[in-house]
Design a protein around this ligand. Structure first.
Ligand code: SF4
Ligand SMILES: [Zn+2]
Ligand SMILES: [Zn+2]
Length: 305
């Protein structure tokens, strides 16, 4: 394969192992175009809240949306940040957020924590769950709180859409994770429309990076010298997701398209028969939920009672 980019300059960057080489500027342009292609047309003319962890994925997404804000006619771009209550992560994230605030002075950075929203930090919930042998992994607890927390912040700040930094790896690994955990129905969440009983709609989640590999995102973040959080969460080693990631990485050595195939098969599935579920406000925390009590409140009750 040629080491020259199509523009004639030396190429050294690829989107995936079998793609052609690109120079930095062609790579960057193509990368941004791929992201824009993943954003449905109906998003234009609305406000977007980016769920920002500070890692390379969400920082890259924020950068690209900020750069293309006018083209996409985004009326307001904001970043929502949820602190888990892990001190090392919090301190490192604070530095990154401060740098991002300087880079994007026109963006609102809205920060809150699990403790503020749910009364308990993640380490407290993990400790209580472990002590009682409830079998919740830290990531399972964190995932539920994050999903509800992001939605609450987006609603409070009147965002029309929530942009998530999920990558190709995140999406493919999650599909396999749900199958291994025996919860394959979670893979069909994308085809459920949640209809609140007391308002027109809820902010919709979009995942513009879902077809882009982490390696390509890392290359883009380096080209643009984005400040990114590199600290790992103290609970990461306990996640089943990292085992699945290692497994799929090893398969990718022989079949570089395996994650594309996994995500494509699920996209086909979610195109069929959309389901509408009516949701109401949770009796405890006012999050929207198909049950009287939302999944976050039910989980916290179970752990802390
Ligand atoms: S590794 Fe797990 S517990 Fe830690 S921040 Fe990520 S999802 Fe939450
Ligand atoms: Zn080029
Ligand atoms: Zn609740």
């Amino acid at each position: 394969m040629s080491l020259l980019c199509s523009c004639g300059l030396p190429g050294r960057l690829k989107f995936h192992p079998t793609s052609q080489y690109f120079c930095s500027s062609c790579f960057s342009r193509k990368f941004e175009k791929r992201i824009l292609n993943q954003i449905p047309r109906f998003v234009r003319g609305n406000s977007i809240a980016v769920a920002l962890s500070g890692g390379k994925d969400s920082a890259t997404l924020l950068h690209v949306l900020h750069k293309t804000q006018r083209k996409l006619k985004i009326t307001k771009l904001m970043a929502i940040i949820l602190e888990e209550g892990i001190l090392e992560l919090q301190l490192a994230r604070k530095k990154i957020i401060n740098k991002l605030k300087k880079n994007y002075s026109d963006i609102d950075f809205i920060k809150t924590s699990y403790s503020e929203l749910f009364d308990y930090s993640l380490p407290t919930l993990v400790q209580h769950s472990d002590n009682q042998g409830l079998g919740f992994t830290p990531c399972a607890i964190c995932g539920v709180l994050r999903r509800h927390g992001i939605m609450r912040l987006a609603l409070e700040n009147e965002a029309d859409f929530i942009a998530m930094g999920n990558t190709l790896e995140d999406e493919a690994d999650t599909i396999l994770l749900n199958i291994i955990r025996g919860t394959p129905w979670k893979n069909s969440r994308g085809k459920i429309d949640y209809q609140p009983a007391d308002r027109k709609s809820l902010p919709l989640r979009i995942k513009p990076l879902a077809r882009i590999s982490e390696n390509a995102i890392l290359n883009y973040s380096k080209i643009h010298q984005l400040p990114i959080l590199t600290n790992q969460c103290v609970f990461a080693y306990r996640s089943l997701r990292s085992d699945i990631s290692i497994f799929l990485n090893s398969i990718e050595e022989k079949n570089p398209h395996v994650r594309y195939s996994i995500t494509s098969s699920m996209e086909e599935d979610t195109k069929r028969d959309r389901i509408v579920k009516v949701v109401q406000k949770c009796e405890r925390c006012s999050s929207y939920s198909p049950e009287f009590e939302c999944a976050a409140c039910r989980m916290i009750q179970k752990i802390m009672n």
